[in-house]
Design a protein around this ligand. Sequence first.
Ligand SMILES: O=C1C[C@@](O)(C(=O)O)C[C@@H](O)[C@@H]1O
Length: 302
Amino acid sequence: MRLLVLHGPNLNLLGVREGTSGGTLRDLDEALKARAKALGLALRIVQSNHEGVLLDTLASEREAVDGILINPAGLFGSYALKEGLEAVGLPAIEVMLRPSARESVVAEACVLQVHGAGGFAPYLEALETFASGVFTPGKPEPRKTLGRKQDAEDAEDAAPAKSAPAKTLGKKAPALALAPKEGGSGNKTLGRKPSSTDAVDARPAGKTLGRGTKGAPSATELLTRALVRQKVSERLAGKLTASELAAWARSRYEAVQGGLPAEHGQKQMLEDSLQRLTLSHLPATRLSDEQLVDLMTRLDEG
Ligand SMILES: O=C1C[C@@](O)(C(=O)O)C[C@@H](O)[C@@H]1O
């Protein structure tokens, strides 16, 4: 699996900026390459202080990579980056080294946010998430067992052949079961293992990622199949956009992980449905109207 890592403005000054801990950008990139190599991932890493360069890189690399790890830094409010990510249609994870005080627009085009508390952990977790195969349904990415003590050469060396199954699967197949089944326990986040790193699951339940998402219910509402069906039917009727449905599904998934009660005996089915819907606005994993109807039928049969 090949990934594009985009570092936004001023991250070239990482470690130099006052109050930033965890090393320099060079240290970060070395850590990324070493972990990528251990995981069998190939990385293309770009840092730029210019929004246009980030956008051009997204466009030029879109055919060559299977996923994107982006720290938009000060460009977290960029609709251009959000739309660029949506246009590219690859699974993207937004990473920030520290918790952000402000809501990120870029996150609306990402399947996951991982925010840390200093250090490189969120970036490394994002790599682990991609390597887990969570975005390549049905065929978990084979985890290479290369020793982590090996020299941190360019991670491109560890790249599997371009014809590796993950390459096409990630772009074509709709996400069927995106998170590893863990018996529905604990604070599972979308597709990654729980950890001490602050992430989406640390948000207050009920908070949505998208701005101005219509119809997000309160966190105290019971999650039922009927509710999910209703949202899907609103989408089919054009009352919700694809992004709004996805943002709603994501917020409900997070809320369930945070303890929101789900209809008795249906938690797993509801989680699976929400996961599919969370990615349903992205070109690579978009659900057609037919697939949405199919999902509703399966919820009926539940
Ligand atoms: O430049 C940065 C760094 C940052 O992206 C982070 O990774 O912590 C957070 C942003 O708010 C800030 O503008």
